[in-house]
Design a protein around this ligand. Sequence first.
Ligand SMILES: NC(=O)C1=CN([C@@H]2O[C@H](COP(=O)(O)OP(=O)(O)OC[C@H]3O[C@@H](n4cnc5c(N)ncnc54)[C@H](OP(=O)(O)O)[C@@H]3O)[C@@H](O)[C@H]2O)C=CC1
Ligand SMILES: CC1=C(/C=C/C(C)=C/C=C/C(C)=C/C=O)C(C)(C)CCC1
Length: 326
Amino acid sequence: MAMAAAGLSCWGAALGAAVGVPLLLLAAAPRIRRFVAGGRCESAARLEGKAAVITGANTGIGKETARELARRGARVIIACRDTAKGEAAAAEIRAETGNPQVVVKKLDLADTKSIREFADSFLAEEKELHILINNAGVMLCPYSKTADGFEMHLGVNHLGHFLLTFLLLERLKQSAPARIINVSSLGHHGGRIRFHDLNGEKSYNRGLAYCHSKLANVLFTRELARQLQGTKVTANALHPGSVRTELVRHSVLMTWLWRIFSFFLKTPWEGAQTSVYCAVAEELESVTGQYFSDCQPAYVSSWGRDDETAKKLWNVSCELLGIQWD
Ligand SMILES: NC(=O)C1=CN([C@@H]2O[C@H](COP(=O)(O)OP(=O)(O)OC[C@H]3O[C@@H](n4cnc5c(N)ncnc54)[C@H](OP(=O)(O)O)[C@@H]3O)[C@@H](O)[C@H]2O)C=CC1
Ligand SMILES: CC1=C(/C=C/C(C)=C/C=C/C(C)=C/C=O)C(C)(C)CCC1
């Protein structure tokens, strides 16, 4: 008798949980979504007469950043490796914003020849550059190398953008006030700069390789800001949040987790808010060398605050790319 009662109350509790938990989640859903969405760029700044280059703006966070800057009246150059995808994104943004000044230029960050061609063509055709958003990125790639033999994460996420910034810097200085924005990640906390094995030839872990490259973004920003003091060109880095994009495409597991838990991830528009904030917020006019998340300053790992490592990474990057920049 007692056993039957215990069994019944067990079923009752299970039934209660099965109905109660989903109901509770449903009731809390709007709050959870607001929390997940994170900070918003509240600035109403307009960008007529301003020009912006955004790398990897054919999809994800970059595309939404392009849409927001176009909406504010900027001339937007979508710099991407697949120009067909870029043209589709540009057409959509032009139609939605009514801004005809959204153009596409080919840029493959995994090939320094393509980066130089992009810069040559840009400098020949565009007389001003006020905002450079180094947004493109790869994550969790199986071991592979760029056309120049750099490990893919380091090559695309750091070295490619390092070279691009170097080639466009004079135009940014001429157009000052100007802003450089490096899209990094919270993942930089797990990164280290492994100077003895930058190309991951001795040991390679694709998750860590991503983190190392995102730490490189933070250190690059830090040293760049230091070197640009007094030029009215600022450099800041940011974490966009965990965002529903194609970034996880190289991992089947992450792709599934991203789908299943998509409710708990930012939309690409929400993920673009901190990039837009860094690009337009009036109060950031002379703020430089900082790291933001959810449209506010955020905590940088101790490795990301190491000036000596930042300087050393700068010098090694110049050596690897065969450029003189100081
Ligand atoms: N999504 C997230 O949760 C987070 C994203 N980030 C960062 O945000 C940034 C944007 O990523 P997100 O929008 O999420 O990812 P997506 O994968 O959606 O977009 C990445 C963009 O980078 C481009 N890209 C990749 N490789 C190259 C290359 N060799 N040359 C030129 N462009 C290239 C892609 O082009 P194509 O479409 O042709 O592949 C695409 O346009 C990245 O720097 C990422 O590290 C940081 C933290 C979290
Ligand atoms: C904990 C947890 C999740 C969150 C993962 C996060 C928060 C990933 C962040 C990735 C970043 C920052 C990538 C780019 O730089 C999932 C997968 C949603 C579901 C499973 C449990």
